[in-house]
Design a protein around this ligand. Sequence first.
Ligand code: ADP
Length: 258
Amino acid sequence: MNALLEVREIGKRYGNVVALREVSTVVKAGEVTCVLGDNGAGKSTLIKILAGVHQHDEGEFLVEGAPVRFASPREALDRGIATVYQDLAVVPLMSVWRNFFLGSEPTVGFGPFRALDRRKGRELTKKALADLGIDLRDVEQPVGTLSGGERQCVAIARAIHFGAKVLILDEPTAALGVKQAGVVLKYVAQARDRGLGVVLITHNPHHAYPVADRFLLLKRGTALGSYEKAEIELPELTRQMAGGAELDALEHELRQAE
Ligand code: ADP
């Protein structure tokens, strides 16, 4: 099956800093590609390229098989690539449903008589959330009153509702407790099951493992490893994340020094 997104030996510099070097991976419909790595690994740089915020300097970026170079996030969005950032671009005092539409609210009438169709907006939001099994009592409540996990869920529902093909999630579980992280991961799995290609950024292999189909491990801008799920078990993934080979070498040195 054709990949929705693919990067081939992609590279990116900020001045003298090499943020990414020769990184390759694919994102397929109905699958989750998980990007793992510590701070400074290059995770954000990679997703910013996919999302049209930055451009790559080297390698190739293909969308549905054709090379692209997005000039803006709008261009990426127009190709169905939706990104949910950790800090979420929400307006905290605005209602859940207004945030859901942000700029594309349904209206009634036309021309100078056009007005927000609040009832429709509320209903559509409720339905989109309910379709994913998200039960919010009141979509009129300010988004700021939702928990971090609920906000992530609303953002995921929003991307699905507006027809995203690719959903990029930037550390959606980073600030969450175990229970909320579980709920968010459940919706990640739902997006996948609806046929979206998902890119999940995390530094937690325990959050990544249950939902991912492939793993890209980044370290200081390079790929430490790239695995399909069948190729790697959780303990090994965790070991690699912890700096596996380096830890082994360190232990070896310590034994020698004894
Ligand atoms: P991560 O998201 O995995 O923490 P980043 O992609 O943010 O990693 O960073 C990768 C490297 O690129 C780091 O060394 C970081 O300092 C550098 N970097 C990121 N953004 C910029 C920028 N706008 N200007 C200069 N250097 C940057």
